[in-house]
Design a protein around this ligand. Structure first.
Ligand SMILES: Nc1ncnc2c1ncn2[C@@H]1O[C@H](COP(=O)(O)OP(=O)(O)OP(=O)(O)O)[C@@H](O)[C@H]1O
Ligand SMILES: [Mg+2]
Length: 457
């Protein structure tokens, strides 16, 4: 019950449905009671009228009463029978059996309608003095009258019984339809990733929620601006740090080339490595800032094998140093629709990781295959792989798995994710050897560039 109250408090849709349903129920009950009572009274009114008509007819036709011997008459129902008798003479009455012999009605009764208890039964009785001066009684059992009146009153409730569920259905449907744009809007916003800060389409929304959506759009614009400012700050800072770092690196190289005592050389080595790591971090920061920037880059048909070749030219010395067997496995090349620099950065970071985290003497395979109109790029290695629990975390900036001796800034996969989010490509991690749960396999889904596809900006 508490849960329902909470839902009622929280949900406008539920409150509206319940309030309208209750209002309909109350109106239906009040109208039903009113209709029942009126129909009941009206039925009694008509029955009284019938008694009056019988009396008038008797009077006008100057009828006299006979009491024939008991015999069956068609359509004569005992309980609804109308009895006519003289008031003065209890021995003269209409009836065809002993039970219908004149009712013992008190002769002091005044003219007009009344309800009497006669011999244990309730009767509606009309007394009239005819033009001939006789006093006649027209009577009917109230039990039968009430039964008929009740039946007619129940019939008057029928429209309400039909109308009530129909109105409930109409209200439920109407409320659901009214709130459908809001449900569609929230599912649209829910499905967005964190980079999608474009304004919500407010054209087909009801005027009541449009101001709210306009406010959300203004907030989205402010958030996008603030994120862009942050990105620009990181990019500017990295850019500013780059020149002094390059100068430091050159100085360290020059220092290494000069004559110096062995202990000094021993100390220079970690210094040079530190400078190199810092340079790498600054380069990765700059690449990440560029990857996250929303500015559009031209999309063209890019050869996947061409990109593999360029990346291998850069990174082959690294692989050879670790005696790693690296090569392109697929024979058929595929052209994909993307910005070439973006694809180069993605593949370079993935191959760089594969070389770095694969132990000496291992292997790395690059491949591409076409499934319908989608190109699937795969970079597989024979290294330790990444556990399923870490699959999401490794894409976070500066996240590095524990237990790796390799130097790195922890930004490579964040750069891949930033490009994937911006361009709509899909990246998925798995094991290259599923049974042994070892080796990383990175799959990248890309749209194939059709031969006639124009370049997109
Ligand atoms: N091929 C791989 N095999 C095993 N672990 C990997 C592989 N690729 C990435 N990882 C793990 O994921 C972490 C994050 O990788 P990411 O490329 O983002 O950063 P990084 O390689 O440490 O630094 P950067 O690439 O910026 O120089 C790595 O520290 C590593 O632990
Ligand atoms: Mg990396």
């Amino acid at each position: 019950m508490d849960g329902f109250k909470k839902r009622l408090r929280d949900s406008v849709q539920l409150r509206l449905s319940v309030t309208l349903s209750l209002a309909i129920l109350i109106v239906a009950v009040v109208a039903g009671i009113f209709a029942f009572v009126s129909a009941f009274d009206e039925a009694h009114e008509m029955q009284d009228d019938t008694l009056r008509q019988v009396a008038v007819l008797f009077d006008r036709q100057q009828m006299s009463l006979h009491y024939p011997a008991a015999q069956e008459v068609d359509g004569d129902k005992e309980e609804s029978r109308v009895i006519v008798q003289y008031l003065v003479d209890g021995s003269k009455a209409i009836g065809n059996d002993d039970a219908l012999m004149p009712l013992p009605i008190p002769t002091i009764l005044a003219d007009g309608l009344s309800t009497l208890n006669v011999a244990g039964e309730d009767f509606r009785v009309l007394v009239r003095t005819t033009a001939r001066g006789e006093r006649i009684v027209v009577a009917q059992e109230t039990g039968a009258r009430n039964k008929e009146a009740r039946e007619s009153a129940w019939r008057s409730l029928l429209p309400f019984l039909i109308l009530f569920p129909v109105l409930l259905l109409v209200v439920g449907d109407l409320v659901r339809k009214l709130f459908r744009p809001i449900a569609a809007l929230s599912s649209d916003i829910d499905q967005r990733d964190e980079q999608a800060l474009h304004p919500v389409d407010e054209r087909n929304l009801p005027t009541e929620i449009r101001p709210f959506v306009v406010a959300i759009n203004r907030l989205l614009a402010r958030v996008a601006l603030s994120m862009e400012n942050q990105r620009r700050f990181v990019a500017d800072a990295a850019h500013e740090l780059r020149s002094p770092m390059t100068a430091l690196s050159i100085q360290a190289e020059r220092l290494a080339a000069t004559e110096m005592p062995e202990p000094a050389r021993q100390r220079l080595l970690p210094l040079s490595r530190g400078i190199e790591r810092s340079r790498n971090l600054i380069d990765q920061l700059l690449t990440l800032a560029a990857a996250q920037s929303s500015s559009d880059r031209p999309h063209t048909a890019v050869s996947v094998h061409g990109v593999y070749r360029r990346v291998l030219e850069d990174l082959l010395p690294l692989a050879e140093r670790k005696n790693i067997d690296i090569g392109v496995e697929s024979i058929e090349d595929v052209h994909v629709l993307i910005n070439e620099i973006d694809l180069l950065i993605v593949v370079k970071n993935l191959v760089d990781n594969a070389i770095r985290y694969t132990p000496r003497g291992g292997w790395i395979d690059l491949a591409v295959e076409l499934v319908q109109e989608t190109a699937i790029l795969q970079i597989k290695d024979s290294g330790p792989g990444i556990t399923v629990e870490q699959h999401v975390r490794v894409f976070d900036p500066f996240y590095r798995s524990l237990g790796t001796d390799e130097a790195g800034s922890g930004l490579g996969l964040s750069i891949v994710k930033a490009i994937a989010d911006r361009t709509g490509i899909r990246v998925q991690l798995s094991f290259s050897n599923e049974t042994k749960k070892s080796g990383l396999c990175v799959s990248v889904w890309l749209r194939q560039a059709s031969v006639s596809a124009p370049a997109r900006r």
